[in-house]
Design a protein around this ligand. Sequence first.
Ligand code: SF4
Ligand code: SF4
Length: 460
Amino acid sequence: MLAFLALVAYICTTFKNFLMNSNRNIAETARQAGIVGAGGAGFPTHVKLQANVEAVIVNGAECEPLLANDKALMTNRTQDLLHGLELAVKATGAQRSIIAVKAKNKDVINHLRSRTGSQAVEIFELSDYYPAGDEQEIVRDALGRTVPEAGLPLEVGALVQNVETLVNLAKADEGEVVTKRVLTVVGEVGKPAVVEAPIGMSAGEVIEQCGGITCDDPILYIGGPMMGEVTPSLDQPITKTLSGLFILPKDNFLIQKRSISMRHILRQAQAACTTCMQCTEACPRYLLGHRIHPHKIMGAVSLGLTDQSDTFLESFLCMFCGMCEYACPMWLSPKRVYAEVRAELSKKGSKYPRRERDYRDHPMREARRIPVSRLIRRYGLTKYDRKLPVEIKPLETQKVHIPLRQHLGIPASPIVSEGEYVKAGQLLGEIPDEKLGARIHASIEGRVIQVGPEEVIIER
Ligand code: SF4
Ligand code: SF4
């Protein structure tokens, strides 16, 4: 009997070790392939995959107006997405896998349902509001749990992954590294489309291959309309986290609003804010029960930018979604004030002081949600709100400028030399062991013509 029990214990331990090793292997596969969160700040995926969670949630909300890349990926790369999800579930020991998609995308939902078959994948239907794709909103809606202030979904048993991140994980399982990015190109361009571009290709060339610019005084806007930003140069390289390129005319309302200098914004905050609280009432984090009050910071900036009071430290709770800007009747921007305050406080090493507490949704949370269509109208984007072809158009280039930092953490250290010939997928930049970061690979085959601390340039 004792021998039998010892045998059972041995088998259990061996099986547990096997599972732990295979979980570590999935995270290591992600590390080797240089995978980062494709939907935001570029957090290295291998770190997230080492957590144990109850549910893996695919963020298919795509709540930023006009973006269509996740929809295209869910439709065209379904098998990869489901395989990536399966790997993430295995790595984290999750019991549930959920794909969160907007209910309005019926075609995508039906397609996913037809492909999940017997797989135990739940489809969670989101309503069409902004920011339905914020990971804290998704966790609240899909699991009924509130992520703590300044916390992560992992703390409430959830791992939220972007669609493209999981597609990249599936490809990594077959030996492919991250060399391309799927993004939406829209606005004043000849042929708006969802494209797949080599990392490091210039935004200008991507736009050129989408029919070129169709307006006078064009301004390049990168990312989504709500969280993106104006960039002065068409040389901006495509990175692992870049989800959209918009060309908008200089007189577009969104461009004008985002081009205002910080000095002017601070002056406006002091002169024009009526402390009406409409920004706070619209803030999704405030509505989740977090202690963030953008109306307070607008009054307080006259004291300077680095006070250590809660009013200033609340800047660490902001996710820069832009809903406060949308809600302000005076067209002020608490979001940009928070960004400036947080940058100043971070320089001084300040952090948000986390305190244990219970969270309760604001009773008006549901009622205050703003439909995406209203944002499109308000920001003068109706003209560009077209149904894009669902196909992903592959692009090619002769030259790439590949940034060595496309992720959170330290930049990758270049391991190639000028004059060297590299193949597509070859390692260009490495991250030292135990440091947070992501590896960088060559996106085209060619000669390395320049290696610097910030980028590697390759030409065919
Ligand atoms: S909504 Fe505008 S005016 Fe009202 S408190 Fe907020 S920033 Fe001030
Ligand atoms: S950008 Fe504005 S609305 Fe969004 S989280 Fe920050 S304060 Fe709240």
